[in-house]
Write a protein that binds this ligand. Sequence first.
Ligand code: AKG
Length: 273
Amino acid sequence: MTTQLPTPQQIESFDRDGYLVVEDAIPVDKVTDLLAVIEGLEERLRDSPHRRQVFGLDIRPLVTEHDAFLELMEWPSTFPLAVRFLGHWNLQLTTSHLIMVPPNPEKRNTGWHDDGGNPFFAVDGIRPFMSLKVGFFLTDLLAGDMGSLMVVPGSHRVAGRPAWDESARDPQDAVELEVRAGSAVIFQQGVWHAGAPNLSEKTRIVLYYGYGTRLLRPIDYDTMPQAILDKCTPIGRQLLGAKVSHLGYYVPQEADVPLKTWYVERFGEAVRA
Ligand SMILES: O=C(O)CCC(=O)C(=O)O
């Protein structure tokens, strides 16, 4: 997979809508490999204490479960886009997350919400943009009500819940993303989103990777096991919380943030202020 940098159109579209679809982010053979890994782990993951108690299999963190998941953390077709959209190098992985949604005519696995913790520190009622998620879709979702990700485009720019007609299932202007297996969707935390009901006959499978500032705590781990850090690149170690100096998250020295050199080489000195 070659490294992809975002185009100006992608940056504009992400800032306006709060999300971006990246087609063919993972090649077909890699999707097949990941599905095989998941099938092999599924039984164990079902018994994990880290499972969210919903009808689907919803579990995190994931990077600790298999090297194939760890590899996606710095995936060349999505990681540079996530870094550029966040516009900073003092970043960490906030979460890694598998969601499998089997068919269920009765209910949806995940209802409408925005991300970033609750209660949150608002600026004029709006969540400051400090994190985003990359979702890798491993099954085709080419029609409605197959359990895909739903979003309300632009809702990250509006305070409070999106407008909602009283008896409607979804907020006004909600869209269900139709994507092919291997596509990725990057969305920022303030965008309202949900999993659509899955009325199809197939289980929907997606892997999410959250990235955000190291000034905030990660969502689903406190410290990463050394055995996982040992497998990582220097940038991967930064993403998983490694630091060298005492105040390495707050006022990082160069050695705390290998992502800084990487960032400056590609995007210049400026960071999102
Ligand atoms: O894709 C889904 O099922 C919902 C994902 C979601 O809500 C999240 O990752 O915050």
